[in-house]
Design a binder for this molecule. Structure first.
Ligand code: M6R
Length: 600
């Protein structure tokens, strides 16, 4: 949430900052701003809305060799120019951008800043006002910066310019992601390596509680206490083309289309030369030593976790619970004697999940992160990491990460079963290949899905998704997808549960999408469909070869019954995509959302 960039070198800073912000826009997009050090002053440009809106108001003549920028997802204060970053202290000397939440900002204001007139409603302004105050009392900039950070409670990634020292960017991090990119005669700051791939692929990770003094010739890292830190850079294994839309109108459509290839890449990544599946030995040992797995995740990753539970229990016989991360940390259930915590997160940065990781680590429990982003916070802080290999996912609505999570969880469960000497239930590698082909054949039916989307969702205010067993888990994901990008109120339900209350909402024409891929409960879900159609609902049945009946709106190719979510989710992703498109919604950047949710 919120994206930060910084540049110091010999080139025109504003263009590098704006291009970096364009790549970070997925992190938040309600306002944006840049500050550029032009000689003896720092010029500030801020605008409500997207980076394109900001670009339109930046003075082309504002040439400077250093600067910082920010794209915002509002936490404190409405999204407007006043609350857009960068923020300045009272004297105008310091200019700062911040990602995160300062929990004690009210107290800091009362104790240290009485009499200071704030220009915004943000917690961020308190940081820069404190730095200004301490500098005014005689501390040098680095001392004032460090003293202020020492007072903050909460999360922050910060970059700051001092008008009197334009050849330096002051940087700090705690709980919010931030990287330093290294160049020849320049250095950059970025929330995400993707944003600065345009200028470098060498990055240095920062740990919580570190300060970095960034100059064009080099960087110096220290702890808050002043201890020097040495850290080698790493090379970002990202291809610039991975983060381009190419000829696609939206990232979401591109990412939906990439799913067969992602599945094949996963099979390749987790196969040795002899074609046998393998994965990180430490991760597998941790699974096999656990008497119970606790899957912790949010949103789409939570929905993938529900499918993962089925794998761990049915393939590897490990009891598994799935928890919403924002609930678990503050309301922990009784834990088993030897728990393993598996964190599922596309971004690896979700603050709700991280607070659980911090707590379970403090209790001494082992942890494994399943993520798409190597080097992300959840990856670095867990004992083990298993990667999704899905390539960068940029659309806010998660699609390929969901199918990748399911595939990787299936591989982990199958390998855990093998480690326990259990007979494999089926040839997973082969079945994942079959699923990749099945996904492709559903993707190839876009026209049909566009027509169905129009027919069922064009006029509707709400929609229901129902299923049983694995289909129920997928119906939750289908509903999330639809509501987040089309703003149609949508709910996923276990087919049998609807009649216990929610059926009261069914009216003439209410769309109900029913998944019927599970042979064992096919008759039951069809019974549930009859219950709603008898009350006026318009049902769209998505079945699978072998469970289909005359009149089903879509019949998807057969895959192994345990892997149906990989394929049955595809029509739901595409139905949502077309519903959002027909309504003129911003598909890739839906309102009020951000791609990585780095605040609790
Ligand atoms: O990066 P994460 O997987 O931890 O993100 C979790 C959720 O914020 C995310 O899945 C969210 O629900 C998506 N926007 C749904 O499409």
């Amino acid at each position: 949430m919120c994206g930060i960039v910084g540049y110091i070198g010999e080139r025109d800073a504003k263009e590098i900052l704006l291009r970096g912000l364009e790549k970070l826009e997925y992190r938040g997009y309600d306002s944006a701003g840049i500050a550029v050090a032009t000689g003896d002053r720092v010029e500030l440009f801020k605008e409500k809305g997207r980076i394109a809106d900001l670009r339109a108001i930046v003075d082309p003549g504002a040439e400077g060799k250093s600067g910082i920028g920010h794209t915002r997802w509002a936490t404190h204060g409405v999204p407007d120019v006043r609350n857009a970053h960068p923020h300045r202290d009272e004297s105008g000397r310091f200019t700062l951008v911040h990602n995160g939440v300062i929990e004690n900002y009210g107290k800091l204001m009362n104790v240290h800043l009485a009499g200071v007139e704030l220009k915004s409603d943000t917690d961020t302004e308190i940081i820069v006002q404190l730095i200004g105050k301490f500098a005014g009392e005689g501390l040098n900039t680095e001392e004032a910066f460090a003293k202020t950070l020492g007072l903050l409670h909460g999360s922050y990634a910060i970059a700051m310019l001092d008008e009197q020292e334009p050849e330096t960017i002051f940087v700090a991090k705690n709980k919010s992601p931030l990287l330093i990119g290294l160049g020849d005669g320049f250095n950059v700051v970025s929330s995400d390596a993707m944003a600065m791939l345009q200028v470098t692929d060498r990055f240095v990770e920062l740990n919580d509680g570190e300060i970095v003094i960034v100059k064009k010739e080099g960087i110096r890292i220290r702890t808050l206490a002043g201890e020097p830190v040495e850290r080698a850079p790493f090379k970002a294994e990202l291809d610039a083309s991975d983060i381009e839309k190419g000829t696609y109108p939206h990232y979401m459509l591109k990412e939906i289309d990439e799913q067969p290839a992602v599945l094949r890449k996963i099979i390749q990544a987790y196969q040795d030369e002899s074609g046998k599946l393998h994965a990180d030995a430490g991760a597998l040992e941790a699974i096999n030593e656990a008497d119970r797995i606790y899957i912790i995740a949010a949103g789409t990753s939570y929905h993938a976790g529900l499918v993962g539970k089925e794998f761990f229990e049915k393939l590897a016989a490990v009891p598994t619970e799935v928890h919403i991360s924002s609930e678990f940390g503050y309301n922990m259930p009784l834990l088993s004697k030897k728990p393993l915590f598996i964190f599922i997160s596309q971004s690896g940065e979700t603050a709700d999940s991280r607070q659980v990781l911090v707590k379970v680590k403090a209790l001494g429990h082992p942890s494994l992160t399943v993520t798409n982003v190597a080097g992300s916070t959840l990856s670095r802080e867990a004992d083990h990491t298993v990667l999704l290999h899905a390539g960068p996912e940029i659309a806010v609505a998660s699609t390929k990460a969901y199918t990748a999570q399911i595939a990787v969880l299936a591989i982990l469960a199958a390998l855990a079963a093998e480690g326990k000497g259990m007979e494999p239930r089926f040839d997973l590698t082969r079945e994942l290949g079959v699923a990749a082909n099945a996904i492709q054949s559903v993707i190839d039916r876009k026209d049909e899905l566009e027509t169905l989307s129009f027919e069922f969702l064009e006029m509707s205010r709400n929609a229901f998704f129902i299923g049983r067993g694995l289909d129920y888990h997928v119906s939750l994901e289908g509903a999330l997808k639809l509501k987040e990008i089309s703003y149609i109120q949508a709910e996923g339900f276990a087919g049998g549960e609807l009649k216990h209350g929610t059926i009261a909402l069914i009216e003439e024409g209410t769309p109900v999408f029913a998944l019927a891929t599970q042979a064992a409960v096919s008759a039951n879900i069809r019974g549930n469909v009859r219950e709603v159609t008898a009350r006026g609902a318009k049902a769209c049945i998505i079945s699978m070869e072998g469970t289909g009946e005359e009149g089903d709106q879509m019949n998807i190719p057969a895959v192994h019954p345990m892997l149906t979510p990989l394929v049955s989710v595809i029509p739901l992703q595409l139905l949502s995509y077309f519903a959002a498109l027909h309504r003129g919604c911003d598909v890739d950047q839906p309102r009020n959302l951000a791609k990585s949710v780095t605040v609790e």
